[in-house]
Design a protein around this ligand. Structure first.
Ligand SMILES: [Mg+2]
Length: 221
């Protein structure tokens, strides 16, 4: 069982880090990202280029915060299979990326760093489950792999007029991710998802197709 995990927007608070650095450096107010690609248009060319040059040198991929619960969840995933980090990051960020993963003791078996815009489905072997915050990536993975695709929905996940493939499941916390993983591995360990204990099952080898599944009751309900 291989779990393909994105970093920015799933594990690493990239947007918050970029916003903080730009505001600190230039004394500007950076708008929140409400759509994928908005910063490309809303930020000035000078500020955007600074982010990807001096911003990287000053720690854009090194000093940001981690989303709460990420390490604990990945440790649980690592018990069920292997974690493959798959991230689109520029070459200048690669040393900081590796240092950051090591510092936080991320239990990854493999780390794949692709150039911006690369198709994550080109990474082999394909994973059994993917978690990504970008709809474009999720749709490509849904088209080109047999994995279970999870969109971790953030305010910036969708590009303008973009639609999510119906085979992609949407998650908002690590409990939901772990429940999908548990279902795929047929490990019905109970995870706290912040409400009534339920597993959302969407397509799996055991035959369940769609629906909400209460782990405290019979599987066929
Ligand atoms: Mg991402």
């Amino acid at each position: 069982m291989i779990f393909g995990i994105d970093l920015d927007g799933v594990v690493y608070k990239w947007s918050e880090t970029a916003k903080f650095m730009l505001e600190d450096e230039f004394g500007i107010e950076v708008p929140d990202q409400t759509c994928w690609g908005t910063w490309d248009r809303e930020l000035s060319k000078e500020h955007w280029e600074w982010l990807w040059t001096d911003g990287i040198k000053q720690g854009l991929f090194r000093h940001g915060h981690i989303y709460k619960g990420s390490i604990e969840a990945m440790n649980e995933l690592a018990k069920m299979g292997d974690i493959m980090i798959i991230t689109n990051r520029p070459k200048a960020s690669h040393p900081d990326t590796l240092d950051w993963l090591a510092f936080h003791k991320v239990p990854a078996s493999r780390v794949i760093m692709l150039g911006p815009g690369a198709n994550k489905a080109d990474v082999l072997p394909h994973c059994d489950m993917y978690v990504d915050d970008k709809v474009t990536n999720c749709n490509q993975l849904a088209d080109d792999t047999d994995g279970q695709i999870l969109l971790w929905e953030r305010p910036w996940s969708f590009a303008t007029d973009e639609k999510l493939s119906p085979s992609v499941s949407v998650v908002h916390n690590w409990g939901q991710v772990l429940n999908h993983a548990a279902w795929l591995t047929s490990d019905m360990t109970e995870y706290d998802v912040g409400g009534p204990l339920r597993v959302i099952c969407v397509g799996n080898a055991a035959g369940c197709t769609h629906g909400i599944f209460d782990v405290n009751r019979d599987k066929n309900e």
